[in-house]
Design a protein around this ligand. Structure first.
Ligand SMILES: *[C@@H]1O[C@H](CO)[C@@H](O)[C@H](O)[C@H]1NC(C)=O
Ligand SMILES: *[C@@H]1O[C@H](CO)[C@@H](O)[C@H](O)[C@H]1NC(C)=O
Ligand SMILES: *[C@@H]1O[C@H](CO)[C@@H](O)[C@H](O)[C@H]1NC(C)=O
Ligand SMILES: *[C@@H]1O[C@H](CO)[C@@H](O)[C@H](O)[C@H]1NC(C)=O
Ligand SMILES: *[C@@H]1O[C@H](CO)[C@@H](O)[C@H](O)[C@H]1NC(C)=O
Ligand SMILES: *[C@@H]1O[C@H](CO)[C@@H](O)[C@H](O)[C@H]1NC(C)=O
Ligand SMILES: *[C@@H]1O[C@H](CO)[C@@H](O)[C@H](O)[C@H]1NC(C)=O
Ligand SMILES: *[C@@H]1O[C@H](CO)[C@@H](O)[C@H](O)[C@H]1NC(C)=O
Ligand SMILES: *[C@@H]1O[C@H](CO)[C@@H](O)[C@H](O)[C@H]1NC(C)=O
Ligand SMILES: *[C@@H]1O[C@H](CO)[C@@H](O)[C@H](O)[C@H]1NC(C)=O
Ligand SMILES: *[C@@H]1O[C@H](CO)[C@@H](O)[C@H](O)[C@H]1NC(C)=O
Length: 869
C-alpha cells in the first residue's frame, strides 16, 4: 500500500547499500579471515578520538554511537567492529558505515580517516561533521560509494565536485545532500560514467545543470531538488536510459516536458514539484508504466490530462495540484493502486457519475480543494478508506448531505471543508460520526445553529467565521483529546462554560474571539495544562482577568482585548515564563501600574498592548527595566514562534502538523495580516490612558522596540533624546500629550522610522530635517504652537533655522509597519512525509487560507506554501 515518497527513497537507498554489501561479501573467498591491520586499527581509533559523541547530533530515532564499541586493546580485531567492513582476503578496511552515529566535530585534513587507503564504501551521513571536506578525501581513490549527506555544517569548496570527478572515478554512489556546496555543478561530473546514484538535494547549487549528467549511462537515481537557484530543462531522452528515480523539486528547472520523457521506461518516481515547468503533459507519459509516484505539483502546466495516464496502473501517488489542468476525474478512478491523489487548484469535471462501480480506486488521501466542484462529488459514497479529504474552496452550498455521514467513518482522520457555502449538516447528529477523526476544519462557511460537535477522537477543530449561535455546548468538554479549538468569528453568546478549564489539560490553543460571550472568564488552568494561546478578544466579557491564568505556565499569547474587563493591570502575569504577547486593549483597566516584583518580570514579553483603558499614574519604569526580551535584538530569535511542529505518525505516513501565529495590525485604517509573528516584532502600546509624568529614560533600553505608542495620555516633560537608541523603531506616536521642549535632533538617526507623530503637544523650536524626517507630513507635527520649520508652514527665526540637512535615507529596509495589534489568530496545517529530514512537503492549510479564501478566484501559490520557502 501507498509507500510515501520518502519511504521509497529510503528503500531505494537501502537496496543499493544492500547490493554493495553483497558484492563485498561475495568477493571474499571462504577460509580464515585475516585480522585487521595494525595501522588501520590505529587509524580507526584515532578517527574515533577526533570526534565527540553527541546523541543529538543524529536525528534519526535509531541513531546510536557505533564507535563506542571500538576497543583500544591490542588484540581487538577491528574488522569485527560495528560499522567496519574488511576484505576477507587481505584484511584491509574497505567499508566504513558510520551513518547516524551521533558524531560531532571538525573533519580536518590530517584526519586518520584518509589513511584508510583501501576504502571502497564510506558513509558518514547524518551526523554533525563540520568544516571543509578536505581534499585528502580524493586520495581514497578506490571509493565506490561516498555518503556525506545530512551534515549541514559540512562544506565542499567550489573545486570539490571537480576533484571528485577527476579522482574518484570508480564512484557509483555519491550522496552529498544537505552539504553546503554553494556553487555550480561542473560539467566534468558527467564524466563519472560509473555513477548509478547521485543525490545533491539542498546543497545550495546554482547555475545551469550539466545536461550530460542526465545521460550518464548507468544513472538510476538522480536527486537534485531543493536547490532554488539551480536551473535547466529536461533534455531529450532515448530508450537506453536506466533512470528510475528523478527528483527536481523546488529548483528553477523550466520549459516543457519533452515527448521523449516517455522513453524513461524504468522510471519509478518522478518529482518536479514547485519548479517552473509549463506547457502540457505529453501523452507519452502514459508509457511510464513502472511509475509509482508522480509529482508535478505547483508548476504552470496546463491543458487536459492525457487519457494515456490511465495506463499508469502502478501509480500510488499522484500530485498534480496547483497547476492549470482540466481534469476528467474518471481517468483516475481506474487506477486501482492509486491511494493518494492531489488535484487541488485545478479545474475538475466529472464526466459520468461513477458512484456504482466498486472496482474503482479507493483513496486514502484525496485533496480536491479549489476545484470548482460546486457539490459533494457522488463517487465519494464508495470511498471507505479515506483518511484525509479536502474539499475546501469549492463553493459547495447548502447542507452536508446525509450520505457523507457514511463515508469512511472508520478511517477518516482529517476533513477540511473550509471556504464553502455550507449551512449545516443534513442530519440530526449530536456528534459527527467519524470514529477516528482528528482534524476537522469547517471555517469560513455559513454554518448556522449550534456548534457541531466532533467525535471524542478530535485533536484539532476549527469552525471560525461562520454564523453559529447559542452557547458553547457542554459536550465540547467531553473532547478530552482536543489540542486546538477555534470558534472565533461566529455569533456565539452566553457565558463561557465552567468546564472549559477542564480542557486545558490537552488544549494548546483556544480561540473564541469575535463572538458575543458575556459574564466572567471561568477558571482556565488546572493542575495539568498545555495552553499556549488564548484569544477571547472582541466579546463582552466582564469581571477580572482570571487569576487562574497564572497557572497556565506554558502560555505564550493572551488576548483579552475589546471586552469589559474591570481590573488593575495584571502584573502577576509576569510570572509566566513563556508569555510573549499580552493584549488587554479596550477594556476597563484602572489604577496605576504597580512597580513589579522581580519574580514577575515578564521574561519573554515582546508585545504589550493596554491601550484604551483607564490606567493612570506614571509610566511603569520598573517594568520597562524588567522587560528583558525587548532589550535585545536577537536575529536568531527570528525563527521563534514561527512554527511549532509536531510529528504525528499515521498509517505509516509521517505527518507533521505546523502552527503559525498571526496578528492583524492596523496601519492607517488598513488591516494587515502578519502571518508569522516573530521574535523580532516588539511592541509597546500604552496609548489612550491617563498616564502622566515624564517619559523615563529607561525606555531607551528597550532596544528591540519596533512600535511605541504613548499617544493620548497626559505625559509632560521633554522627549528623551535617548529614544535615538531604539535603532529598530519603525513607528513612534507621542501625539496628544503635554510634552514640551524641542524635538531631539538625534531622532533623525532612527533610520527605520516610517511613522512619527508628535502632534497636539507643547513642543517648540525647529523640526529636525534630513533622513526619515523629510518623509513626515505636517499632521505629524501640528498643534504645537511653538514648533516651526518644514513641513509646517510656520518658518523658524534665523537663529532657530540651524538644523543641518543630511542625506536622504534609503527606505529599502523599512517595510511598512502598521500599528495596533487588534487580534491574534493562529493557523495550522498538515504537512506530509517529513521522514528523517527527507524533504517531501506537499501543502499547508494556513490561517490565511482559512479566512480569506472565499471569493478570491486567483489563490494559487499564495495560500499553499511549502515548508521550506
Ligand atoms: C571528460 O570527458 C570528456 C568527453 O568524454 C573528455 O573530453 C574529457 O577529457 C574528460 N575530462 C577528464 C578530466 O577526464
Ligand atoms: C542514447 O543515449 C546514450 C547516451 O546519451 C548514447 O550513448 C546512445 O548512443 C543513445 N542511443 C541512441 C539509440 O540514440
Ligand atoms: C520561468 O520560466 C520562464 C521561461 O519558460 C522564464 O521566462 C521565467 O523567468 C521563469 N520564472 C522564474 C520565476 O524563474
Ligand atoms: C509511447 O507513447 C506514445 C504516445 O502516447 C506512443 O505513440 C508510443 O507508441 C508509445 N510507445 C510505447 C513503446 O508504448
Ligand atoms: C467498473 O470498472 C471496471 C474497470 O474500469 C470495468 O471493467 C467495469 O465494466 C465497470 N463496471 C461497471 C458496472 O461500470
Ligand atoms: C449508510 O450505510 C449503511 C450501511 O452500509 C446503509 O444501510 C445506509 O443506508 C447508509 N446511509 C446513507 C445515508 O447512505
Ligand atoms: C460526555 O461525558 C460524560 C462524562 O464523562 C458522559 O457521561 C457522557 O455520556 C458524554 N457524552 C457524550 C455524548 O459522549
Ligand atoms: C446574532 O445573534 C443575535 C441573538 O443572539 C441575533 O439577534 C443577531 O441577529 C445575530 N446576528 C447574526 C449576524 O446572525
Ligand atoms: C471538571 O473537573 C472537575 C475537577 O476535576 C470535575 O469536578 C468536574 O466534574 C469536571 N467538569 C466537567 C464538565 O467535566
Ligand atoms: C497624528 O496624530 C493626530 C492626532 O492624534 C492625527 O490627527 C494625525 O492624523 C496624525 N498624523 C499622522 C501622520 O498620522
Ligand atoms: C496610537 O494610539 C492611538 C490611541 O489608541 C491611536 O488613535 C493611534 O492611531 C495610534 N497610532 C497609530 C500610528 O496607529
Amino acid at each position: 500500500m501507498g509507500l510515501s515518497f520518502p519511504l521509497i527513497i529510503l528503500i531505494v537507498r537501502f537496496v543499493v547499500s544492500l547490493m554493495m554489501f553483497y558484492l563485498i561479501l561475495s568477493a571474499s573467498s571462504s577460509g580464515v579471515q585475516p585480522l585487521c591491520h595494525d595501522d588501520e586499527r590505529f587509524a580507526l581509533l584515532q578517527f574515533k578520538e577526533s570526534f565527540i559523541i553527541n546523541q543529538s547530533a543524529s536525528e534519526k530515532p535509531s541513531a546510536y554511537p557505533k564507535v563506542s564499541s571500538w576497543k583500544l586493546d591490542q588484540i581487538s580485531d577491528c574488522c569485527k567492529w560495528d560499522g567496519v567492513e574488511c576484505n576477507k582476503d587481505t584484511g584491509h578496511v574497505i567499508g566504513l558505515d558510520l551513518s547516524s552515529s551521533c558524531l560531532k566535530g571538525f573533519l580536518n585534513s590530517n584526519n586518520s580517516l584518509f589513511r584508510l587507503a583501501h576504502l571502497q564504501n564510506l558513509n558518514l551521513a547524518a551526523s554533525v561533521f563540520s568544516g571543509q571536506i578536505p581534499t585528502e578525501i580524493l586520495e581514497l581513490s578506490k571509493l565506490v560509494s561516498l555518503d556525506l549527506s545530512y551534515n549541514p555544517l559540512l562544506k565542499l569548496q567550489e573545486s570539490g565536485l571537480t576533484g571528485i570527478a577527476q579522482n574518484l572515478t570508480n564512484l557509483k554512489v555519491l550522496y552529498l545532500d544537505h552539504v553546503d556546496i554553494s556553487s555550480n555543478i561542473p560539467n566534468i561530473l558527467a564524466n563519472l560514467s560509473s555513477l548509478t546514484n547521485l543525490s545533491l538535494s539542498k546543497c545550495d547549487l546554482h547555475g545551469e545543470f550539466p545536461v550530460g549528467i542526465f545521460h550518464l549511462p548507468n544513472l538510476q537515481l538522480l536527486y537534485i531538488g531543493f536547490n532554488k537557484y539551480l536551473t535547466g530543462c529536461i533534455p531529450e531522452f532515448n530508450r537506453t536510459s536506466p533512470l528510475e528515480s528523478l527528483e527536481l523539486a523546488h529548483t528553477n528547472f523550466y520549459g516543457e516536458l519533452p515527448d521523449s520523457i516517455g522513453n524513461l521506461k524504468s522510471l519509478v518516481e518522478l518529482s518536479m514539484r514547485s519548479c517552473n515547468f509549463s506547457g502540457e503533459i505529453p501523452s507519452s507519459l502514459g508509457n511510464l508504466t513502472n511509475l509509482i509516484d508522480l509529482d508535478l505539483q505547483s508548476n504552470s502546466l496546463h491543458g487536459s490530462i492525457p487519457q494515456s495516464i490511465s495506463r499508469l496502473v502502478n501509480l500510488e501517488t499522484l500530485r498534480l495540484d496547483n497547476n492549470y489542468f482540466r481534469v476528467e476525474f474518471e481517468l483516475f478512478l481506474r487506477l486501482r493502486k492509486l491511494v493518494e491523489l492531489q488535484l487541488s487548484g485545478n479545474n475538475i469535471s466529472f464526466i459520468t457519475n461513477p458512484s456504482t462501480n466498486s472496482t474503482f480506486a479507493k483513496f486514502r488521501i484525496l485533496l480536491l480543494a479549489q476545484c470548482d466542484l460546486g457539490e459533494f462529488p457522488e463517487f465519494l459514497r464508495n470511498q471507505d478508506r479515506l483518511e484525509l479529504l479536502d474539499l475546501s474552496g469549492n463553493k459547495i452550498h447548502g447542507q452536508v448531505p446525509k450520505w457523507m455521514g457514511n463515508v469512511s467513518i472508520e478511517t477518516l482522520w482529517g476533513l477540511a471543508l473550509v471556504g464553502n457555502l455550507l449551512t449545516g449538516f443534513d442530519q440530526l447528529l449530536v456528534v459527527l460520526p467519524y470514529l477516528n477523526l482528528k482534524h476537522l476544519m469547517l471555517d469560513s462557511n455559513m454554518l448556522q445553529g449550534s456548534v457541531p460537535i466532533p467525535p471524542p477522537s478530535i485533536a484539532f477543530y476549527s469552525v471560525s467565521n461562520n454564523r453559529l449561535a447559542g452557547e458553547i455546548p457542554h459536550l465540547i468538554c467531553n473532547l478530552s483529546l482536543i489540542t486546538e479549538l477555534d470558534l472565533s468569528s461566529n455569533n456565539l453568546s452566553g457565558n463561557l462554560p465552567q468546564c472549559l478549564g477542564n480542557l486545558s489539560a490537552s488544549l494548546t490553543k483556544l480561540d473564541l474571539h469575535n463572538n458575543s460571550f458575556h459574564g466572567t472568564i471561568p477558571r482556565i488552568c488546572g493542575e495539568a495544562n498545555e495552553l499556549m494561546m488564548i484569544d477571547f478578544s472582541e466579546n463582552h466579557l466582564q469581571g477580572r482577568v482570571p487569576r487562574s491564568l497564572a497557572d497556565c505556565t506554558k502560555l505564550e499569547a493572551v488576548n483579552l482585548g475589546n471586552n469589559q474587563i474591570h481590573d488593575i493591570f495584571p502584573s502577576w502575569l509576569g510570572i509566566l515564563p513563556e508569555l510573549r504577547i499580552l493584549i488587554l486593549r479596550s477594556n476597563e483597566l484602572y489604577g496605576t501600574i504597580e512597580s513589579s516584583d522581580s519574580n514577575f518580570d515578564f521574561p519573554k514579553l515582546h508585545v504589550i498592548d493596554v491601550s484604551n483603558n483607564d490606567l493612570s499614574g506614571k509610566l511603569p519604569s520598573e517594568h520597562f527595566q524588567n522587560w528583558k526580551a525587548m532589550q535585545i535584538v536577537d536575529v536568531e530569535s527570528l525563527k521563534y514562534m514561527e512554527e511549532y511542529q509536531t510529528l504525528v505518525t499515521h498509517s505509516g505516513n509521517t505527518m507533521s502538523f505546523t502552527n503559525t501565529y498571526s496578528m492583524i495590525i492596523i496601519n492607517k485604517g488598513t488591516e494587515t495580516l502578519y502571518e508569522k509573528v516573530n521574535g523580532f516584532l516588539v511592541v509597546i502600546d500604552l496609548s489612550n490612558n491617563r498616564f502622566e509624568g515624564e517619559i523615563p529614560d529607561v525606555v531607551g533600553n528597550l532596544k528591540g522596540l519596533n512600535l511605541l505608542n504613548l499617544s493620548s495620555n497626559f505625559l509632560t516633560g521633554p522627549i528623551p533624546f535617548i529614544l535615538a537608541n531604539l535603532t529598530w523603531l519603525e513607528a513612534l506616536d507621542l501625539s496628544q500629550n503635554k510634552l514640551s521642549g524641542a524635538i531631539p535632533l538625534q531622532l533623525t538617526e532612527l533610520t527605520f522610522l516610517s511613522y512619527f507623530n508628535v502632534s497636539h503637544n507643547r513642543l517648540k523650536g525647529p523640526i529636525p530635517s534630513g533622513k526619515q524626517f523629510d518623509t513626515f507630513d505636517n499632521s505629524s507635527f501640528s498643534e504645537n504652537p511653538e514648533l516651526c520649520g518644514n513641513p509646517l508652514s510656520k518658518k523658524c527665526g534665523n537663529l532657530e533655522d540651524s538644523v543641518p540637512p543630511s542625506s536622504r535615507h534609503n527606505l529599502e529596509f523599512s517595510f511598512e509597519f502598521g500599528w495596533k495589534v487588534v487580534a491574534i489568530g493562529y493557523g495550522c496545517g498538515f504537512l506530509f512525509g517529513a521522514v528523517f529530514g527527507q524533504i517531501v512537503i506537499t501543502k499547508k492549510y494556513g490561517w490565511f487560507m482559512k479566512t480569506f479564501v472565499v471569493g478570491q478566484p486567483n489563490r494559487r501559490r499564495v495560500n499553499w506554501r511549502g515548508r521550506r520557502n
